[in-house]
Design a protein around this ligand. Sequence first.
Ligand code: AMP
Length: 510
Amino acid sequence: MNLAAWLGRAAKSSRDRPAILADNRALRDYGGFAERSSRLAAALTGPLGCEAGDRVAIVSKNSADYLEMLYGIWWAGLAAVPVNAKLHGAEIGWILENSGARLALASSDIAGDVDAHRPATLRELIEVGSADYAKLFAATPLPLQARAPGDLAWLFYTSGTTGRPKGAMLTHRNLAAMSFAYLSDVDPTMPGDTLLHAAPMSHGSGLYAMAHVCRTAANAVPASGGFDPDEVLRLISDRPGTSMFAAPTMIKRLLEAPREIDPATIRTIIWGGAPMHVADAIRAIDRFGPRFAQIYGQGESPMTISVLPKTDIADRDHPRWRERLASAGIANSAVEVMIADFHDTPLPTGEAGEILVRGDAVMPGYWQNPEATAAALRGGWLHTGDVGAFDADGYLTLMDRSKDMIISGGSNIYPREVEEVLLAHPGVREVSVIGRPDDDWGEVVVAYVAGKANAGELDALCLSGIARFKRPKDYVFVEALPKNNYGKILKTELRRQDAERARATNRDAS
Ligand code: AMP
């Protein structure tokens, strides 16, 4: 089945219902959205010569054109390669080459940069909004092209907190399973609801569009094309019944925004993509009410590994409410989740090990990378590289990425539990805990802290909350922590900077 069939159906059943909003202005109804997508499909397969299965890249920040491009590509039976527009031109060029994209559609702010780094394999680069782009919509509509469930729909380049990004192949089946599970587990969207694309559509937020098209909800794209907390709060107030995906750093920024809104206008804010510390989650619930759900997923099983449902987050009287807030919830309906040791042997409840996933949402592999595919999908399970443990009720607590775990004096220390304690200090804005190589201990715990606090206060907090051996041996106060383009803290970069600091200190001392 072609995912764009949901759009074809909506164009008939809900022709006049708003589908795409530019800011809060209705730009396309479902009839218009489907018509433009089918015209673009005709141009892609006609004059532009794309053939079934060819990849077409979209390099654009969020825009009202985005979904027409995505669905036009699918309508034509092609595969989309959404590229993060915040990447460096050379990184974009690398993805274009690796994906073998035949054609790229790039927004005007970035088209020049893409052109400067375009690989020889890219036959055509068209600037969104140009006369050439407008011409694509003059073609006679193409009928929806057939696709098999296992055909490639979206080549999802991982955010690459280490090394080169890899292209996770997401099929029509993967994205359909992901969308059904979203509607049953995360947010049972109704026709007429709104999805606000405040996070990048090339990544987190774009994946939410499919469930919303399936339910004929509206997709609103902020005029800024980025994340502006004040704009987001204004847009939510304008349209009661709005949901959105927000990474934890975005939720923190919403909390700092002065604009007051009626929280009842929020339908659901879904957080995920990185750990949300409990203190921040409680601040968010206090300000906006129990209108949150959490998802845990990764590009290889998009949005779909576990879910902490809204009802759990709202259940403040539950004796284990805080524990549950600190967890990533229960296994998502579309997958099975298992905790295993290094030999893939299942571990008992309560024991920490690598999180493995299998089911219809899990990718069939990485694009043209059989070694990485074989390693990731060993034994039919996706090896997430995340460490976690289930409790007796089936709630999954994520410890950390396996490589982030600190081993000090033979004891395993998960940075997240130390970070949770430090974040309880009201002056701490951000914190990241890493291991520093040490001759005596193997590694010692080091906390990088942004905010107003001193080492004595932080130490006292640790002593009141966690074992002595987990306490940071050193606190480094910084303005901000290194992050990637998705706002994820780069522990690898922090470890590198820390090693450099240590070298400089040794030099000064000698
Ligand atoms: P990406 O493939 O860029 O979406 O990154 C996926 C990774 O982000 C996962 O493997 C986890 O390490 C992390 N992650 C995703 N969701 C959560 C969550 N809810 N809590 C903590 N970490 C998360």
